[in-house]
Design a protein around this ligand. Structure first.
Ligand SMILES: Nc1ncnc2c1ncn2[C@@H]1O[C@H](COP(=O)(O)OP(=O)(O)OP(=O)(O)O)[C@@H](O)[C@H]1O
Ligand SMILES: [Mg+2]
Length: 155
């Protein structure tokens, strides 16, 4: 299951994030995010946190690799693997599966070179930069849980 949404501006992205938050808040989700620098991976994760009522300030986890937010409707884990070398990414892949289970929301921003197939239920989100304000969001579900979420999101 796959579908794409064109966001003409940040306001459209905010609406999409609000719908996404509603679609995941009862189940949790693992979201593997791809897109060039400045595509909007962190922006989308931040907006979803906003609609899950996360109280903490949401920042890019580039320097710390993982940020955790526990104040919202469900726990949110936000990884940014941009700074990890290939070897480091191999070690973390085994740990990531735990973050795909249970009622938690996990976002992972990947470095471009590390685009690997993951062996567990997840949503892949590709964000394409079209122009300064316009982005295409392409969601693809791998697994039953993620397919259910995308069904809720696409209606
Ligand atoms: N429609 C839109 N959707 C998302 N972001 C937008 C949109 N229009 C403009 N932007 C801006 O694009 C920027 C996206 O930056 P962001 O840090 O989210 O990118 P990123 O994909 O996380 O990059 P990096 O690889 O550096 O982590 C933000 O400044 C955001 O305000
Ligand atoms: Mg980012």
């Amino acid at each position: 299951m796959s579908f794409s949404v064109l966001c003409n501006n940040l306001n459209d992205t905010e609406n999409l994030a609000s719908n996404f938050a509603s679609a995941v808040k009862n189940s949790g989700a693992f979201v593997s995010m791809f897109g060039d620098v400045g595509a909007g991976k962190t922006a989308f994760a931040k907006l979803v946190c906003k609609y899950l009522q996360v109280k903490e300030k949401v920042t890019s986890p580039s320097f710390v690799i993982l940020n955790e937010y526990k104040s919202g409707e469900i726990p949110v884990y936000h990884f940014d693997l941009y700074r990890l070398e290939n070897e480091g990414i191999k070690t973390i892949i085994n740990e990531l599966e735990e973050y795909s289970e249970g009622k938690i929301l996990t976002f992972v921003e990947w470095a471009q070179f590390s685009r690997d197939t993951l062996p567990f239920d997840r949503i892949e989100l590709n964000i394409n930069y079209i122009d300064e304000n316009k982005r295409e969001f392409i969601f693809t579900a791998f697994g039953a849980k993620s397919s259910e979420i995308l069904k809720r999101l696409s209606v």
